[in-house]
Design a protein around this ligand. Sequence first.
Ligand SMILES: [Zn+2]
Length: 456
Amino acid sequence: MKTYHLKGLLQQKGWLLDPFVTINSKGKITKIATSGISDEYINGYVIPGFQNAHSHAFQYAMSGLAEIHNYQSRKDDFWAWRYAMYRVALSVNPEQLESIATMLYVEMLRNGYTSVAEFHYLHHDDKGLPYTNMSELGERLISAAKIAGIHITLIPIFYQKGGFGQPAEAYQRRFLSKDVDDYFRLLEDSIKSIRHYENAQIGFGIHSLRAADQVSMKRIFKEGPADRPIHLHLAEQLKEVEDCINYHGERPAQWLLNQGLLNERFHLIHCTHLNSKEVKGVAESQARVVLCPATEGNLGDGLFELRSFQNRGGKWSIGTDSQINLNPIEELRILDYGQRTKTHDRAQFTSEHQGDAGKFAIDMTWHNGRIAMGEKKSNFLTVGDFLDAVILNANTPLISVSKPETILATLVYSGQTSDLMGTLVNGQWVIKNQKHINQDAIQTSFIKSMGQIKIR
Ligand SMILES: [Zn+2]
């Protein structure tokens, strides 16, 4: 048992100032009081940890390395980048994946994420053969999350095709399941893998409409674990929409809607290219959208129809996807400013064009990010929850002069990672003063692994 005395604690209704927060030995909040005796005083404002609803850990190994543009015969677009990503995927062994993912998760924690949904499709060895434990690489990600101390939802992904009606390419051999039964065996091994870490849970899904045939896809949606979230990439690129129209005679979201497949269990990654009918249909289906603004910008995807989606009750969360940016407040700013630039209107993160945009963004991404992890709905930092939190330093110049009602907007629009005092997971400091509790050993292992990787 431990009691923290805090400068402020964010609750669903707003700031609770000077609270005493008691946790039990597992790190769950047992009491929130306005007076008491503390074990530790923290001169900071405590907000719920950010939820990273979409990550491909191995891609951290190429973050920032695909910006030397030397494609002379074709433009350097998403499809060209994809081959660079495939080469990295073919080059990483299990030990290297674990140390890369551990470093990545430490960096996520340092930037304020306390949970990650790992959209995991790198399943097999470099020849495309399954490991004895089909979830060998999934288990490495669980192990990485455990060493770093982040909550993880492992989402083993079904990947089968090279495009609509197209066989898979040799480059994709580490991703592929032979059929749905083969995928369900992988899922079973993955469920065994998460038992090694009490802060791990499972989801499932398919890579995208282009990577799975419709019979397999429908069977997975129907027969996958009934109470778990379903994730898939949707309509990220214009070419993907055109290919879907050529193959199915319909746009991707339109096809899913007309097949009656979408509901509140679905988390659709990107949804960049939806027409107004699809925006309405996805919002009404209660499927949620996971936006990855830095990656979507980096890969030249396009801009999501955020405003009309929100106006129809649509819900969204954020993810780091390619790992080009690990800072959640930058993700929110990139998303908001893309929309402002497009619409010439500053009020994007509000209902009915009014209210606190900072609170709205944190509310939206936390609640829907939690659901993407497979958690039930709840409120910020309440009794019974793990104390998973980010602490904003009360002494930074702008925060020190902020009134409580402007703190969140100051963080979202003017904040930097350096404004964070640290991150608590299960009530324990995992990051303090920008450093992980095992920073040096984790970074040494990461540097060694990166030095060993020979990109194929
Ligand atoms: Zn992705």
